[in-house]
Design a protein around this ligand. Sequence first.
Ligand code: PGA
Length: 250
Amino acid sequence: MNRQKIVAGNWKMNKTLQEAKCLAELIVNKAPHNDVKKIIIPPFPFLDSVSQVLSSRPDFNLGAQNCHIHSSGAFTGEVSAAMLQSVGCSYVLIGHSERRQYFKEKTPEFVQKIKLALSNGLSPIYCVGETLEERKLNRHFEIITEQLTSILSEFKLDEFSKFIIAYEPVWAIGTGETATSGQAQEMHAHIRSVLIDFYNSAVAGHTPILYGGSCNPGNARELFQCPDVDGGLIGGASLNEDFCSIIGSF
Ligand code: PGA
């Protein structure tokens, strides 16, 4: 199955405006021109500036790290899906483990956010992942199934066709410990089987499933060679030139 290859860089809460513009310019100048879709996900205040830098490369897209559960109104400090669309975003991260862990976000919020994202023309990058404890208890497949099906039950097939899934084991995020290619492939195949059960094999076959968690230029090639790994969601290694090497790792 020929699926779209994707590498997305989640800058999290890093950089100043000047640094963000420099990093975007570096990436745009050095990233290989290949058939990989590249998505840059900077902090909110830099979206517009980074969008301008990316405009010279049609293979680059802009994403946001979060959006609010309501469409507009008196929610001081929040950012709506419509605002993101108006500054050029095409993607938004939903369900990242840091949102689950530090901000106690759960399925009902994710559903609301995804509905607003979709109605504003944004594709959700929905993140799933088990903790180390859950893996040690051999509950990882069950946990990922639950994180997926609780969301999928709220979306029809045509809505789901806009989704990207990211498998990010919590124990691998920012720890330097990557899932082995065997562990990644096994879970990505599991995710695809859940999608087959829920929708059908055509949809499952077309859905991009990214791996995230300490992905770097040293391990990206082996991970991306797995038949069910369609690319990566990159944190730390998206903050420098390593991101360009990862884009060239297919
Ligand atoms: P990491 O983060 O690459 O720094 O482990 C990945 C992520 O949280 O998306």
